[in-house]
Ligand binder design. Sequence first.
Ligand code: BV8
Length: 246
Amino acid sequence: MKKQIEKAAEILKETLSVAVLTGAGVSAESNIPTYRDADGLWNQFQAQDLATLEAFSKNPATVWEWYSYRQQLMLKCEPNPGHKIFVEMEKYFPEFTLITQNIDGLHQRAGSKDVVELHGNVMKARCMKEEEKVFDFIAGDNYLPKCEDCGSLIRPHVVWFGEMLDSEVIGKATSAAANCEVFIMSGTSAVVYPAAGLPLIAIRNGAKLIEINLEETPVSDYAEISIRGKSGEILPEIWKLVKGDK
Ligand code: BV8
């Protein structure tokens, strides 16, 4: 692993343009459950029961109860060293794009200024009738919250299965993947599309792929370097070498 960390640092030292894709694994060390690990969220709940428009239309109160539970859990969590390294990278590389599948807002709380949130943000909601109206919203125990202006139901501002991603958001992420020299992916099982397609776009554009993940993923074989380990431990190791700290 030490050689892989050294090689990753060498690659990063020589590059000017980096794109990053993070998943739930980057927040795992902040005690936020992932989706597909053994103790993951999807193992306790059926995704189609909760994270779809159909489920919400059928039973909005149950879906809001689940999101309110997750809001409260995430508000108690703090960014971890892995999040902090992406803040440093944003300042260091002339061209840097941080793309996340996470909806917990921890990258922003760590200090990242420009975060491309592919799947939205659990701390925001929007009106079901006037969808462009997006606002910060903490549900508490209000599981049938209504829009203050028009009285319609409001929904979590997240992308559910079967829903299109915001075209501007996926456009920015795709352009970053298609133009970067190095693509770093960490803490994602790389099974949810179109997010999982981003590293493949980067490779097709000739970028070097660096993966830091606890387990092998469908993308690992395409990686220049695929390091098995915790993002909160590996990323600081790599970054120390990039900055020449002993
Ligand atoms: C769309 C928000 C157009 C809500 C989420 C058949 C084939 C291919 C695709 C499809 C298909 N059928 C349907 C689709 C499309 C579908 C899809 O990809 N399904 C998959 C599951 C097959 N995608 C969609 O529906 C997307 N929309 O495509 O629209 C369309 C429309 C109709 C029909 C077709 C296409 C919308 C997808 C967004 C769904 N929303 N969440 C909420 O969270 O409540 S998905 C959810 O999964 C999260 O966003 C999450 O971020 C995302 C990915 O999960 P990961 O972040 O990777 O987390 P996971 O637990 O899986 O993995 C964690 C990894 O970290 C593990 O590998 C673990 O080993 C590692 N790890 C753990 N700890 C650490 C660590 N690594 C490092 N350090 C650690 N400490």
